[in-house]
Ligand binder design. Sequence first.
Ligand code: PEP
Length: 248
Amino acid sequence: MSRRRIIAGNWKMNKTPGEAVALCNELKDLVKNDAVDVVYCVPAIDIVPVVEAVKGTNVHVGAENFYIEDKGAFTGEISAPMLKEAGVEYVIIGHSERRDIFGENDILINQKVKKAFASGLTPIMCCGESLALRKAGTYKEWIARQIKWDLTDVTADQVKTLVIAYEPIWAIGTGETATADQAEEVCKMIREIIADLYDQATADAVRIQYGGSMNAGNAAELLSKPNIDGGLIGGASLKPDFGKIVNA
Ligand code: PEP
């Protein structure tokens, strides 16, 4: 089963609108690759200028977050219809920073996954364990529980287009990467969970990324693994190195 590779940058809370356009221009030629889906997930205020800046290129635009209602009294939030009209195609849901810093739980994450699909946005749904769970040896159970909760009432046809990002929290922004074998072990397990919850065709179609200090030096080995279909990249997505990851 061949799945199309997807390399997504998570810019987090970096880049003013002007800096965002400059980065798009800097990366433009470096990220060319017709065999890969390239996505920039950018801060809300950068979405409109980034959509404009990447027009005519192979880059797709994603959001880093949204709220489940279409409009109303939700100060500070942004809705799926707003993202859609602006030209956004992907949205990160359930990133560990949203879970840990902003208190998002799996009930809300599941609502966001369903709302994204209903709105025509493709979720990049994140899961992953803390260092404590890794050391305790219970990380597999934890991730399995996250996947089941976050996909409650999500259909097989939807999951076939879903992107799941396995991001061990201990490897995010720490410079410590999971080894390719550690990442493959969990990505393979996630695919088996999808086969159990749905069917083999759905498991074969869903794209699973690894995220956590992926960089120009380690990308090729991680991406060579059979169950790793791409990467979600934080720090290295803000540098020319991102082009090397896209072309790894
Ligand atoms: C992330 O935040 O999704 C991430 C993987 O960050 P980094 O690449 O900086 O570890």
